[in-house]
Design a protein around this ligand. Structure first.
Ligand SMILES: *Cc1c(COP(=O)(O)O)cnc(C)c1O
Length: 384
């Protein structure tokens, strides 16, 4: 059977909506029109009930208490609220923050903003496979440190960071721990209790939910984490994130996280098999290709390869019917800047300029992977 093109293989940038999610959302886009803040009629009550059910579904995936979930517009906003909110609310405890050079722009730019506001940041390096050493985290913590911020899994090279080890260090030192889990939720286990996480940022659209909705987990016990809001208004979400709730999107996020929780084990195994098939196929055909990131400690659907001597901005136009990316979509600039994540692995700018990220998702098939192997290998060999 011929595969349908173009093939979507950029599931780290965003994922298509699961039809089951759309089905859950549709009534809330039409007949169930209420505002959950309306307390005087059935429309408001029904909306509030749906929002609370979604809150429980999101909390369940990360082993949290539903009352510790605050709705936002996505991970970028969650990170801003977590980091800026914690910095402003915890000034008395200290001002120093520990983070990492391979964080997503959403975290880096928020931290750079805080740095200008007088909060010193320690930017920890990674090894040549993209991993951070928990011993470096421990060493970086001083008397002034109040916060550690790390991503659970990297959006470019898929590397899974030692979150439980870092969480343990944070607890021992009495430092708050924020985790950017945009790529991890629904792909690998996330457990805010077992992993010592105090703040956790999430998006729906990386997990087959709608774009423009996310959540922040804020621990309320052991310890009670205090944040200063960055938005001001109608008092929704305990005043931490005011504004009318995006009910259809929230319902969609709840359903997306519920599906992810129920299917995570089987889906991870299937994605990993597809990823290994793609990796073996491409390395067989193009033996000079180099793997970026850790061979096994990575997201099941992530493959990132560099094709030495062939710039990705020359390769990508030759594989028009396969949607992949060089570096990250999230930098969203037209400039051909080499990826700072690949550069941080060492190996010079050639490796960064020639890297391709393959993001395999729920709706990709084995036939599509075989097509991609042929297409990419032919383009690489043909370009030489
Ligand atoms: C996508 C992503 C973000 C930003 O999420 P938005 O939904 O665009 O706000 C942050 N961190 C990581 C690791 C991501 O993959």
């Amino acid at each position: 059977m011929a595969v349908r093109t173009p093939i979507y293989l950029d599931n780290h940038a965003t994922t298509p909506l699961d039809p089951r999610v759309l089905e859950a959302m549709t009534p809330f886009l039409t007949e169930h029109c209420g505002n959950p803040s309306s307390k005087t009629h059935i429309f408001g009550w029904r909306a509030e009930e749906a929002v609370n059910l979604a809150r429980e579904k999101v909390a369940s995936l990360i082993h949290a208490d539903a009352k510790d979930i605050v709705w936002t517009s996505g991970t970028t906003e969650s990170i801003n609220l977590a980091l800026i909110g914690a910095a402003r609310a915890n000034r008395a405890r200290g001002k120093h923050i520990v983070s990492c050079v391979t964080e997503h722009r959403a975290a880096i730019d928020t931290l750079v903003y805080l740095e200008r506001e007088g909060f010193p940041i320690t930017w920890l390096p990674v090894d040549d496979e993209g991993c951070v050493d928990p011993a470096d985290v421990e060493k970086a913590i001083g008397d002034e440190t109040f916060l550690i911020s790390f991503m659970a899994a990297n959006n470019e090279i898929g590397v899974i960071h030692p979150v439980p080890e870092i969480g343990k260090i944070a607890k021992e030192k009495g430092v708050l721990f924020h985790v950017d889990a945009a790529q991890a939720c629904g792909k690998i286990p996330v457990d805010v209790e077992g992993m010592g996480i105090d703040l956790l940022s999430m998006s729906a659209h990386k997990v087959y939910g709608p774009k423009g909705v996310g959540a922040l987990y804020i621990r309320s016990r052991n310890p009670h984490v205090r944040l200063e809001p960055i938005l001001h208004g109608g008092g929704q979400e305990k005043g931490l994130r005011p504004g009318t709730l995006a009910v259809p999107n929230i319902v969609g996020m709840g359903r997306a996280f519920e599906i992810a929780r129920l299917e995570i084990t089987a889906e991870a195994a299937r994605l990993q098999a597809l990823r290994e098939r793609l990796k073996e196929g491409l390395l067989n055909r193009v033996p000079t290709a180099v793997l970026n990131g850790h061979p096994v400690r990575r997201l099941p659907g992530n493959l990132n390869l560099s094709f030495p001597g062939l710039r990705s901005d020359a390769l990508i136009p030759r594989i028009r019917d396969v949607a992949v990316s060089s570096g990250s979509a999230c930098a969203s600039s037209e400039t051909a800047e080499p990826s700072y994540v690949i550069r941080s692995l060492g190996g010079g700018s050639d490796r960064a300029l020639s890297s391709i990220r393959f993001g395999i998702g729920r709706f990709n098939t084995e036939e599509e992977i075989d097509f991609v192997i042929e297409r990419v290998a032919a383009a690489v060999v043909g370009a030489r």
